[in-house]
Design a protein around this ligand. Sequence first.
Ligand SMILES: [Fe+2]
Length: 169
Amino acid sequence: MPETRKYVDQWLRDAHAMEAQAETILEGQINRIRHYPALAARMKTHLEETTSQRERLEACMERRGTSTSGLKDASAKFTAMMQNLGGVFAGDEVVKGTLASYSFEAMEIASYRILAAAAEAEGDTQTAQLCNEICREEEAMADWLKEHMPNLTLAFFDRAKSDDTEAKR
Ligand SMILES: [Fe+2]
């Protein structure tokens, strides 16, 4: 099924660019968060997972004999950098960042579920397994964010009493 194979390769490249973007976004957020240690710690763990996901995708693509799209990765990183800059001056960055992170995780979960089904259809069980494995890591991150959202919001209100933007991060 050459058509199926073509799409799996294309979507693997998209997923790779998505993880490169996630790394940049997470690095930026972790560097700015000061007063939410649980959030920062969970993000650090997920950054390590994200780097490993990117590497596992690279190994997968190498095994399949396809390459990553350097151009796509570069533009994804640029978009992420701009997003990070956008967060620098926002007083409610922790809340907006949590919202954005949860949305990003939802996009990742959908991408890997689609990829797993496509790879299964192509007959590449190993790629399907990898995508399911990564999907579970994204689901765990999404669940954590969902569970902690109310408390993060309340913690933000506590800190929001200060006029200093730094104090709200
Ligand atoms: Fe990811």
